[in-house]
Ligand binder design. Structure first.
Ligand SMILES: [Zn+2]
Length: 102
């Protein structure tokens, strides 16, 4: 087999992988934004529902700390460093210390 053309093929493949990698990164970023937006909208919706229900009966909303825990366990930051963004790197020490103080 022609070594020169083999090298060219591998170089082309490397370039395509590089492009795919960048595309993957963009998609990952878009998905992250969508998840965060979805979470924001859900919170807003819960808030509005609680408000409209609150006019007739008082709903059990749970303590502020419980709500923070729930949001955190669903995978979002609640610390003031990255509030509302998706936790992509496991536990966050800022969030954990924030919950402790809440
Ligand atoms: Zn955090």
């Amino acid at each position: 087999m022609d070594k020169q053309s083999l090298f060219v093929q591998v170089a082309n493949l490397e370039e395509r992988i590089g492009e795919l990698y960048m595309e993957l990164g963009t998609l990952k970023h878009t998905i992250q934004e969508l998840i965060e937006e979805n979470q924001r909208l859900r919170r807003e919706n819960e808030h509005f529902q609680a408000e409209s229900v609150g006019k007739s009966t008082k709903p059990e909303l749970g303590s502020a700390q419980e709500n923070l825990w729930r949001i955190y366990r669903e995978g979002f930051h609640i610390c003031n460093v990255k509030y509302g963004s998706l936790r992509t790197e496991g536990e966050c020490l800022f969030c954990l210390s924030f919950i402790e103080r809440a």
